[in-house]
Write a protein that binds this ligand. Sequence first.
Ligand code: AQP
Length: 330
Amino acid sequence: MTAGLRTRVLSGIQPSGAQVHIGNYLGAMKRFVELAKAGETIFCIVDLHALTSVFEGGKLREYTRSLAAAYLAIGLDPERVTLFRQSDVPEVCELSWYLSCQFPLGLLERAHSFKDAKAKGLQISAGRMYYPILMAADILLYKATHVPVGADQKQHLEMAREIAEKFNRAYGEIFPVPEPLIAEESGVIPGLDGRKMSKSYDNYIGLFEPAKAMRKKVMKIVTDSKELEDVKDPETCNIFALYKHFATLEEQQTLAERYRAGGMGYGHAKQELYEAIEREIAPLRERYESWMTKGEELEGILASGASKARSIAAQTMGEVRSVLGLGAGK
Ligand code: AQP
């Protein structure tokens, strides 16, 4: 980020599962805390996006609570950050309609969210196709300047930039063109089977799974069929791909050397991975479990976040409606 310029960081996560997974944490959430210390940040629980895959109201509410607890458990301070539920500011739906009138249809057909859903054999509703527009509306409604997301969301960010530029060309400089903050070094985090870690592939490790369940998942990571004594390649191993995000540099070098020397079984590597994950996650899990017992307090935090978010949204929508020619005008 450019020093000295006013920045506003925004990011969102879908409450589309019982809890966030290690891919969400490493790809996006882990950086939120540092960013929150550095300047203005807005983090939302994008429940409207989750409606494309969660079709039970009770579940959506439960997942939303879990995600609010997760945001707080990783160390976000609600006094400093704006933390809110997307649907509490319905203006985002209004803006997404205005943006959709500018958005080329072909762009939606090329979107990863659409292609992923097709590849996963999921039902492709109009809402699922519309996902990148709603995401652009989220970013632009709050005039975010920077958006930290995982490498898998790069293309959606490009689309938000394109639409901001197009809108500004047509109607004047309303929106900052958002800069992606993509941790290229974390890349796309692989799941148990080596594909992108994802709820809908069911190949994920939940961030706050109890230690025993987490170990069980780690033991399921798919590897090649090399024998214990064989020389192994850390660069092509799913265990190592996760290990490098939790281990110190020295620990990574040691494990890599043991892989290359032979005589190191994948079972041992999995145990080391589990211990490294547990070392980092155990204190977070404790905080998460504690927040999960404080439903009313969580709701209070979300309500106060929504009120801050709503005042930014109202101002943006006033400008947008005016340049579009809606309402009586001045
Ligand atoms: N595997 C991943 N590697 C790196 N980053 C990832 N993110 C998600 N999976 C990975 C990042 O997490 C943030 C929030 O993601 P999301 O809630 O929008 O969900 P998603 O990307 O759609 O995650 P899933 O598990 O794949 O959800 P489903 O299966 O429901 O579609 C984003 O910043 C994302 O980049």
